[in-house]
Design a protein around this ligand. Structure first.
Ligand code: APR
Length: 304
């Protein structure tokens, strides 16, 4: 884990509890003490679940040497009143440094990044690290789809385990929660909820991160982002060929070339093994074009 704050710490906890692998929590050199403290705390948690993995903390990027997987959460989170785009310049400097260090110490890793503004930060990470694009994915679609699924379960009163729903596009208000393909137990959403209920779920999904930022008052969501990143990590480490939306480099898919954008991906040991393309309706296409333009504008504002 690079970044051992709210998301990084939760990631280390979830990965330990799933015994997915040994963990190194890396943060800025001045935070080596707190990282070692968190690691020691997690080491002491292991006997309660019998998880035979090792957790270390460090202030030195070299500690990630030889990692199979790197999850980057380094960067500032939002405060109330901020857009994700407001973090652009500060987080770009951080991502630049981290990308160079990952290239040096773990060039063969699959990298999952959560730093916002997500789609532009993955683009920048790719630019600075030179990693093959299939070894790099931004975590956003998994989280946004999870929020969408959670709201559907809340509104229908049905089990979240039976909700299947997908969000594509950029990680921000222009994201596209796809209502047409959403189902509960195989039944189309439109047969379970009214158009008004569905409209309100879509709106809440788009602003779910902001709703949490406003409520927390200091920082942004971390439990669900960590859980979503772990789902992607597990898909890679266990070569599961999961279909998970993620910010992947589009090279012609959906008519987009050269941008990282939320699209359905097959995630396995090869990283992002494939982007799955499917037919959008004209209405979905228009929304996709709008979200692409939004991400393109943010990427254009990067001072790389
Ligand atoms: N190298 C390593 N770690 C760094 C660096 C760096 N150059 N710069 C900052 N960090 C660390 C911070 O010290 C902090 O511990 O990144 C951590 C970020 O943790 P939090 O501030 O708790 O933020 P978190 O909620 O985890 O979110 C991290 O993910 O969802 C996004 O918008 C969010 O950009 C933010 C990121």
């Amino acid at each position: 884990m690079i970044g051992g704050g709210q998301i990084g710490g939760t990631l280390a906890l979830l990965i330990t509890q799933k015994a997915l692998g040994d963990v190194v929590l890396v943060d800025r050199p001045e935070l080596e003490g707190p990282m070692r403290g968190k690691a020691l705390d997690l080491m002491a948690l292991r006997p309660h679940g019998g998880h035979d993995v090792a957790i270390r903390g460090s202030g030195d990027y070299a500690a990630i040497g030889g990692a199979d997987l790197v999850i980057v959460t380094a960067g500032l989170p939002r405060k109330p009143g901020m857009d994700r785009e407001d973090l652009l310049d500060t987080n770009l400097r951080i991502v630049r440094q981290v990308a160079q260090q990952v290239r040096q110490h773990a060039p063969d890793a699959f990298v999952i990044l959560t730093t916002n503004p997500l789609d532009a930060m993955v683009y920048a990470f790719h630019h600075y690290s030179g990693l093959p694009p299939q070894r790099l994915a931004g975590m956003a679609g998994a989280l946004d789809s999870g929020r969408f699924r959670s709201f559907i379960a809340m509104e229908t009163g049905l089990s979240v385990a039976d909700v299947s729903a997908l969000v594509i596009g950029g990680h921000g208000p222009s994201m596209i929660p796809l209502t047409r393909t959403a189902t509960v137990g195989g039944i189309p959403l439109a047969d379970l909820l009214t158009a008004e209920q569905i409209r309100s779920i879509v709106a809440r999904t788009r602003e779910a991160g902001t709703e949490i930022v406003q409520l927390l008052g200091n920082g942004s969501a971390f439990y669900s982002p960590a859980a979503a990143a772990v789902e992607m990590a597990e898909a890679c480490l266990r070569d599961r060929k999961r279909v998970i939306p993620a910010a992947a480099l589009c090279r012609g898919e959906y008519g987009v070339d050269g941008l990282f954008l939320g699209v359905p991906c097959v995630i396995g040991s090869g990283g992002v093994e494939r982007v799955i393309e499917f037919q959008l309706t004209p209405e979905e296409r228009a929304l996709f074009d709008a979200t692409t333009e939004r991400v393109r504008a943010t990427v254009a504002a990067l001072r790389l």
